[in-house]
Design a protein around this ligand. Sequence first.
Ligand code: SF4
Ligand code: SF4
Length: 297
Amino acid sequence: MAVMARNPRSRRKTSQILRRVIQGAFVVLILFAAWRHAAGGESAGLASLDALCPFGGLETLWRMLVDGNYVPKTHPSNLVLGVGLLAGVLLAGSAFCGWICPMGSLTDALTWVRGKLRIKEVRVPPALDRGLRFGRFAVLGLILYQTISTVKLWFAGYDPYRTIFGLGWLFEFNWAEQWPAYTVAAVVVVGSFLVPRAWCKYACPLGGVQSLLGNLSLLRIRRNDASCKACALCETPCPVGIAVARGSARISSDCIGCLACVETCPRHGALEVQLRPAWVDAIVRLARRVRPTAQEA
Ligand code: SF4
Ligand code: SF4
């Protein structure tokens, strides 16, 4: 079932403005919470960023299942956000990255600034790009291993989200103790300035989780090859470099649901957001294989 067909140009602007507004609202919300916490500590009544991260919920989930306890520095809020994120992924894939995640918004802003400065992006060769995308799963595996073996939020000392949006660098800059976190954050900022969404594509552990589970999502963008004229216009605005016009008609689970491709496509019905998960395709394919043809019957 098609949920959304191609939008006219006027709607394109509106939906991208809406996305920017939502991204900006979450950035302001997170920065406000971090500011209050850093300025007033726990007594300010607002949680630290550690409590506002859905990935913390995934990190602590294993311990909850084993002995009913939390990994230190995680809270019920992490679990609620983590479960909410998983539900969102099962509904709409990695749309969290395109619409909500402050790190995604930061990388989009860096790309915008680079464009304004007329600095060319660094083009990663396709084979290298495909290999680097596995970096998300390597980082995810490392974090889970270290969290389980050390029973603490091991990644907190390196997490660029926590470093940048926690505002610790502003309130109590401490190079001697925090240099690993500052170094990772600087590499992420420079990398994402030169390569659009480099952090999201190559290293974000939450992106890895969403890409894996996104294969089960109910909503997915699909290309209708009967309508597509193979102009590849849809590939230009894709912030995560997906080959929208080529390969599988079901767009990759790396898609962050920004809708830029759908809105750029000039052919009505060539790209649509459809309510049809990949496992339905698999069942349909299987049914076609086992169903006897009319002649066999
Ligand atoms: S922009 Fe539309 S018509 Fe052109 S390649 Fe992409 S899906 Fe096909
Ligand atoms: S495939 Fe389309 S919706 Fe997905 S990230 Fe790329 S441009 Fe955005």
